[in-house]
Design a binder for this molecule. Structure first.
Ligand code: PLP
Length: 287
């Protein structure tokens, strides 16, 4: 009996199951999942799994009811169809398919996919002898220097900032140290000195960030890769953020307060101009 899948209620062999590559689960890890197994052929602790899935969905601002989506019926139908002795059901709900953009898209339908495979059997040897573990630091959600597709924390922060009326989220650690935004590196200018957080596991090592530091050198501007606090940013003369799609984007307000004069700063403008001078855009793309 082959392994099977179910995509939004349509069953097919697992090997033939397809979702579009712009599914937000694939591009942002913007989704949640459960694994439910059978015992004696029946889904085990299904209510608890569905309750946890409802909670996970709420926590990613996708407040859907797994029961109302039809998931229990699909689980039961799949278990019956695949006819394995005991089944492992994987259930995934993503925000759906939309052109790739961190911002939550409007008006799209979620994608609900299920797969049905035999429940794994672990060797008796392990049950009898037990297993060995190795201690490691908890790095989960902490390796920001990996340009990972697991962008769920980033998109949740960006959405929160947008709902509060901001353009992006400024990510600050518990000690008040500024890290970056959900999708860009951060710079400040204080008394003619350009500063950006140093490369570490807490930020993405932006290619644009590096190029801006080169521009600083070329313009003879003082530039330092060093940590600064949110208070330093509030007191700074200028601030800007950088990324491949935005290049140099001035920041004039943080949390309803003006940065510097509240106008785009002179050094920010010089760095943006340095960018454009060296690598001009085609005329029709300038704005
Ligand atoms: N920081 C984060 C979290 C990002 O996702 C990005 C770009 O996607 C950047 C910084 C800027 O990187 P780059 O200049 O290489 O585009």
């Amino acid at each position: 009996m082959p392994e099977i899948a179910c995509i939004n209620g349509e069953f097919c062999p697992l090997a033939e199951a397809r979702v579009p590559i712009e599914d937000r689960g694939y591009q942002f890890a913007d989704g949640v999942y459960e694994v439910i197994v059978t015992r004696d052929g029946e889904p085990f602790l299904m209510d608890a799994h569905l309750d946890r899935m409802a909670r996970s969905l709420r926590l990613i601002n996708l407040p859907l009811d797994p029961r109302a989506l039809g998931i229990p019926q699909w689980i039961n139908a799949g278990i019956e169809r695949c006819a394995f002795a005991e089944v492992m059901v994987y259930v995934q709900v993503t925000r759906g398919v939309a052109a790739r953009n961190h911002n939550f898209p409007d008006g799209i339908a979620p994608n609900v996919i299920l797969t049905f495979k035999p429940k794994p059997v672990y060797p008796v040897k392990l049950r009898e002898g037990g297993v060995e573990l190795k201690t490691l630091a908890d790095i989960r959600w902490a390796r920001c220097s990996i340009k990972s597709i697991a962008l769920l924390p980033n998109i949740l922060l960006k959405e929160q900032a947008r709902q509060a009326g901001g353009f992006d989220a400024l990510i600050v650690d518990p000690a008040g140290i500024v890290r970056e935004t959900s999708c860009a590196n951060v710079f400040i200018v204080t008394e003619q000195c350009v500063r950006t957080p140093p490369k570490s596991d807490r930020i993405l090592h932006g290619i644009t960030r590096e190029h801006v530091l080169d521009c600083c050198a070329r313009l003879g501007l003082m530039a330092r890769e060093e940590d600064f606090t949110i208070d330093d940013l509030r007191a700074a003369d200028e601030a800007f953020i950088t990324s491949s799609t935005m290049d140099v984007m001035p920041v004039t307000r943080v949390d309803d307060r003006a940065v510097g004069t509240g106008q785009v700063g002179e050094i920010t403008q010089r760095l943006a101009a340095c960018f454009d001078a060296e690598f001009p855009l085609v005329e029709s793309r300038r704005n």
